[in-house]
Structure formats: structure tokens, C-alpha cells
Design a binder for this molecule. Sequence first.
Ligand SMILES: [Zn+2]
Length: 191
Amino acid sequence: MLAPRCHPIQSMIEQAIRNSVRRAYQYRCGYCGVHEDEAGTLLKIDHFRPRSAGGDSELENLVYCCPTCNRRKGDFWPVAEQVTTQRLWHPHRDHLDEHFFEHLDGRLIALTETSAFYIERLQLNRPPLITLRRTRREVALMRNGLKLAQEEQTRLRQRVETLSQALDEVLEQLAHLSISSLQPGETSGKT
Ligand SMILES: [Zn+2]
């Protein structure tokens, strides 16, 4: 018999689990990295090992996941003979940077046969994702350029301040010298 669908306690527990998964994945899809702000909506909760393949609903088996990756992944789970080449990387348990890298043009490049399968299965080189990666890279470059420019501006301001203080000191010394050199002249002019 099914539990009541909108039981308040059950709903609160589901919400708490959802928020835990969101925080664990920093509000991004665990597979493609899209942020929920970029998606314009809350993402879904994916069972890494599908329930149809014996997966449970423990936090470790739950992945925050955008609708497209969720649809592409579906209920896929490798059968025993596929495990070495046709499997999906777990966003937190596997070291993803050992399996593929991001090209300057925004595409993910597979380093292994399994990675090629993973990228193809989830369509991680779909055009909007490539555009998003390129845009992020450009924004990061601009931010870095802005940071360097701000650091240079701070350095120049400090330099100008130092020179200004030095100039004030020189002007003050000149003023003293002028007064000193004028005093004898004034005296001799009176005689
Ligand atoms: Zn995704």
C-alpha cells in the first residue's frame, strides 16, 4: 500500500534530503555542472544507482541533477560485462579530472573509452553546455584581468602617494633654503 503522497512529515523529510543533496553538490548538476541559477529552476534528485537496479535512497546514492542529464541518464546501470567500459562516473566518488578534460573551445575531451561512453551517454558536449563552458572561461579571464588591473591601480596609487610625500618634503626643504638665503640679502640691503 502506498504511503499518503502529501503527508506533512514525509514532505518535510523529503525537503530536508533535497536540501542536503543541493548543498552537497553546491546547487549544481553533478554530471554537467549547470547551476540551478543558470537552469532557472531547481534541479532534480537522481538515484546514481537506479532504484530499478537495486539502488537505495541514501544520501551517497543521490545526485543533484539537471533535467537534461536526468533524462539522458535514465535508468542506465551497467551489466556485469560492461563495467569496465560502459559505466558512469560518480560525481563525488570518482576523480573526474583523471578521465576527461575541458578543451579551450569548451568541449570535454575523453581520456579513456569509458569516459567517451560517459560523455556520449549524458551528452555532455551538447551545444548549450559548450557555450556555457566557454562563457565561464571568458568570465574567469575577465575577472582575473580586472583583479590584476585593480592590484596595479592600488600599487600605482601607493607610488603616487609616496612620490607626493617626497615632493612635499623637497618643497619644504626648498622653502627653508629660500628663507635662509634671503635673510643675509635683506640685512645687507638695509645697510
Ligand atoms: Zn546536467
